[in-house]
Structure formats: structure tokens, C-alpha cells
Design a protein around this ligand. Structure first.
Ligand SMILES: [Zn+2]
Length: 509
């Protein structure tokens, strides 16, 4: 009985793997997208390993199940003579000659939205965009029980998406005492959350929260706003990351408080974002350097999410992203429209003056970020998309461009988005690098992202090929945990999803 059922299982398994390989032969490698394979070989790639080291190659990369098992240099002389020793064929062979391979990107500030402003939006839309943009890991920055379900479905292979680290939102309702706060941390831990996303809390309660988080071994990402606490509290308490930026310049204002006008109301988002644009200029530079040194010494990392404020310095750029035509879901489009009821949709009366202040704000912010890196601080990348005209995935690629604009070499930018992200998640031993023994999280890129990060966007970029202008670039494969996802196929599925949602019958209430 045991034997025969075992044999049956074996036959079925053999048949499945044979069928998969046979289909690949008929329909091309794209038909293997999303399938767990035993062996993948990426051939002849230039590798940017994520550590900050220069690119090198060509290499053959062997993936077995979910792990990188070999990286083999190809001897050019032997290759030219046709006697180079190359790895055995895989279930999927990816020809990567002239292409670049990077570790999968880590999005430290993602929101797995399955709806906006009460209207449903398919979770597959977000997940496929993330994968199509090369993201293999997402730190979910306001996780709820549904996010835990998505996380587990992705891990078990029933939902295609990046690996999720679910950081439970904090505070919640009725958290007024230290004991209530401590209990909430224990509840999050017991419910299976991977960490905590702290929004805003008074100092005594933050102290209690951080103490209990330490006991429970939970990492904390802190949206350090303009509140009672600031970056000095993160330094004192050892927060894992400061999200965004406000609490950093806020900790460096000589008078202790930004010079708000008398009518300022923090809950009015037009006020909040307008005067946030005048916060960096009020920080004292010398004091600011002390804050940055304090963060670097205490090991408080910084996830600046430069991308999510870009509309504030150039509204028209944000509103007219050419990718919107095909990639912006109508539910998200509606959410983006100026509306005081929706978070981040604050562009009502947004002025030349506001943009001018924000442009200066960015210059100081980027300079401070660069200084932080120089002083040994750990910098990661996050997008916060789904708000303020930012598309999932596209937002993270834009974040990379902005880190370059801040002054970092593209190799450092890739490091921010890969091995630094892994370090911030406490997973530096298993993800974020192209190295034998590490999880097989990698992307195969048509083009050189060190020259042009735009090749990472799904539409790619215009280039000349054989004397003709063609659309080139784009990620070809995103491999997560050894599962290969054909990025152009995912991008097409997203475009189809958006087109279907825009059809008149779909839009009828
Ligand atoms: Zn967020």
C-alpha cells in the first residue's frame, strides 16, 4: 500500500516536471513563470552582488530549489575555444549574456493595499507590480490580519508575490497606559506579526512599547513625526529604523519647535505637508550632524522614502507619469485625486511657493542623507506607494533614482536596496546578496542599471538597436526563493487587469 502510493506520487511528480519542461520547450521559458523548479541556471551574467562591490562577470549562477548553490566564473579563453566548463542544464536556463543580475530589491516601506477609500482593488495588482519591478521582499508598514494571510499564501506558493515581513500598526485604539501598550505588543507577537510599525505616541508610552518590543524580540520601524518624541528618542531607545524624516530635522531645531503660523493645524493635511516643506531649513546644521552621528552610533537605520514626497516639489511630474495610462488602476486613480478625506491627497491650492520651499527641503534632506551615509549610518529603500501619485514597484525604482540624486554611487544605491535592507530586517545572513548559500532572490535585467535605473521600470526605456529606436530594458526575470517570475508576463497581466477595470461595465457602481 505504502509502496504503491509512493510510486504513484513519484510517477505524478515525474510527469509534472516532465510536463513543465515540455511546455517550456513549446511555449518558451515564460511558461515556467511562477513554478517551483529544481534547478535554474542563469548563464553568462554580469553580477552586482549587493554588497557595494563593483560589478563583475561573466558568471554562471546555479540555483537549486530555493538556494543559490554555485557561482562559476567563465574563463574567456576557454569559452572562445568552446572548452569552458559550464554547469549542467537546468529545468530553466536563462541566457544572461550582456545582462545584469542583482539581488532582488527590498522594499522596506510597502503597503499591500487590496482597496482604496473603501473600494476593492485586487491584491494581485499590487503583488504583480512589485514582482515586475524586481521586488522580492517587502516590509509591510501597517499590517493587519489579512496581510498575515497574504504573507502566508505567498510563502506557501498560492499567491504570487514578494516575501512579506508584516509589521503590525501601532498604536491602536485605547492605548493610554503603559500596561495597555505592553499588552498590545504581546498581542501582536502572539498573532504572528514580524515587527512593529510605530506611527506616533507620547514619550512615556513609547518607552513602554520599546521595552516590551525588546522583550518580545520585535523590530520597530518608526514614522518619526513632529510630536513629543523625535530622533533623539529613537537613538535612546534603539529603534530599528526611522521612516521618512521629520523627526530628524525636528531634533535639530535650536528653539525646540518649528516656527508654525498661529493657524496651523496638524490634522489639516494641506497645513501639515505645506509646513513640512519648511522643516529642514529650520534645522541647525551643526546640531543636525550630532543627531546623524547619534543615529549612526546607536545603529538606528534610516529609510527616507524620498519618493513619496516628490509631488510636493513637482506636482505636474507626479500627476503625469506616462506609466499611468496603462498601469494605474482606476480605484487608485480616484484615490489620488485631491480630496481632504484621503491621506496624502492634499493638493488643494498647492502653489509655486510650496514647490519652491519643497525643492529647497529636498536639497537639505538629500545632503543630510548623504552625510548620514558618510558617517557610517545604514540607509535602506522604501516606497510607501499607494499614496501621493506613487505606483507600487515603480515607486521603489524611483526611490533608487533619488538616492543617486542625493549623491550616492549607483553601487551604493543598489546596496541600500539589497544588503542594507536585509540587515535592517535582521536577515543579512540569508537574503540581499548574490552569494552561494543565500536564498535565490535575484533579478535578471536587460541593460545596465548602474548606468540607468530606468531599465528597471516595466515599460523599459527607449534605446537604439541595429540602427532603430526600440523600447528596451526592463527586468526579464524576478526570482524569489528560487521561484522564477517572468516580469514582462506579469506586467502584461497588470495592464490587462487595469484595462478590464476601466471598461464601462466595470466602473458602473
Ligand atoms: Zn506608509
Amino acid at each position: 500500500m505504502f509502496r504503491s502510493s509512493f510510486q504513484r506520487t513519484l510517477t505524478v511528480l515525474l510527469f509534472i516536471s516532465f510536463a513543465a519542461v515540455a511546455t517550456a520547450a513549446q511555449n518558451g521559458p515564460a511558461s515556467l513563470s511562477g513554478k517551483r523548479l529544481k534547478r535554474i541556471v542563469v548563464r553568462g551574467a554580469n553580477v552586482v552582488d549587493g554588497s557595494g562591490k563593483p560589478a563583475a562577470g561573466p558568471f554562471d549562477i546555479v540555483i537549486e530549489n530555493d538556494v543559490i548553490t554555485q557561482i562559476v566564473g567563465i574563463d574567456p579563453v576557454a569559452a572562445a575555444e568552446g572548452r569552458a566548463r559550464r554547469p549542467e542544464k537546468g529545468d530553466l536556463d536563462i541566457e544572461a549574456e550582456g545582462k545584469y543580475v542583482l539581488p532582488g530589491l527590498i522594499n522596506l516601506h510597502g503597503h499591500a493595499h487590496d482597496g482604496r477609500a473603501g473600494k476593492p482593488m485586487p491584491i494581485e495588482y499590487v503583488m504583480k507590480l512589485w514582482l515586475a519591478c524586481g521586488i522580492t521582499t517587502v516590509r509591510e508598514a501597517w499590517a493587519n490580519p489579512k496581510i498575515l494571510e497574504y504573507r502566508d499564501k505567498i510563502a506557501s506558493g498560492t499567491l504570487a508575490g514578494p516575501r512579506i515581513f508584516a509589521y503590525g500598526g501601532f498604536p491602536g485604539p485605547n492605548l493610554n497606559t503603559a500596561e495597555q501598550v505592553r499588552q498590545r505588543v504581546r498581542d501582536l507577537k502572539a498573532a504572528g506579526y514580524d515587527g512593529i510599525k510605530l506611527y506616533t505616541m507620547d514619550r512615556d508610552l513609547m518607552n513602554a512599547m520599546m521595552a516590551e518590543a525588546k522583550v518580545q524580540g520585535m523590530r520597530v520601524m518608526h514614522h518619526t513625526g513632529v510630536e513629543e518624541t523625535n530622533a533623539w528618542d529613537d537613538i535612546r531607545l534603539g529603534t530599528t529604523t526611522i521612516e521618512h524624516w521629520y523627526g530628524i530635522p525636528d531634533a535639530a531645531i535650536i528653539s525646540g519647535r518649528q516656527n508654525f503660523p498661529s493657524y496651523y493645524n496638524y490634522n489639516d493635511e494641506v497645513h501639515r505637508f505645506r509646513y513640512a516643506g519648511r522643516l529642514w531649513r529650520e534645522a541647525d546644521w551643526e546640531k543636525l550632524m550630532k543627531v546623524l552621528d547619534g543615529m549612526a552610533e546607536a545603529g538606528v537605520a534610516w529609510d527616507p522614502t524620498l519618493v513619496i514626497y516628490e509631488a510636493s516639489r513637482d506636482l505636474q511630474r507626479a500627476q503625469t507619469n506616462p506609466a499611468f495610462a496603462e498601469y494605474l488602476h482606476p480605484v487608485l486613480e480616484e484615490y489620488f485625486r485631491p480630496n481632504p478625506a484621503n491621506h496624502g491627497s492634499y493638493f488643494i491650492g498647492w502653489s509655486t511657493t510650496d514647490e519652491t520651499f519643497w525643492k529647497e527641503n529636498y536639497r537639505i534632506w538629500m545632503k543630510a542623507l548623504y552625510e548620514f551615509g558618510k558617517r557610517g549610518g545604514v540607509i535602506g529603500t522604501g516606497e510607501d506607494a499607494g499614496f501621493i501619485y506613487q505606483l507600487y514597484g515603480f515607486g521603489l525604482v524611483r526611490e533608487l533614482e533619488l538616492h543617486q540624486e542625493a549623491g550616492f554611487h549607483p553601487l551604493k544605491v543598489v546596496q541600500h536596496a539589497t544588503s542594507n535592507g536585509a540587515r535592517i530586517l535582521g536577515k543579512e545572513d540569508s537574503i540581499g546578496r548574490i552569494r552561494p548559500g543565500y536564498k535565490a532572490d535575484l533579478i535578471v535585467v536587460n541593460g545596465n542599471p548602474l548606468e540607468n535605473f530606468k531599465v528597471l521600470y516595466p515599460p523599459g526605456t527607449a534605446m537604439v538597436k541595429d540602427g532603430k529606436v526600440v523600447q528596451g530594458g526592463g527586468i526579464e526575470w524576478t526570482i524569489r526563493d528560487g521561484v522564477p517570475f517572468h516580469a514582462p508576463t506579469l506586467a502584461k497581466e497588470v495592464r490587462d487587469m487595469v484595462a478590464a477595470a476601466k471598461r464601462p461595465q466595470a466602473l458602473r457602481p
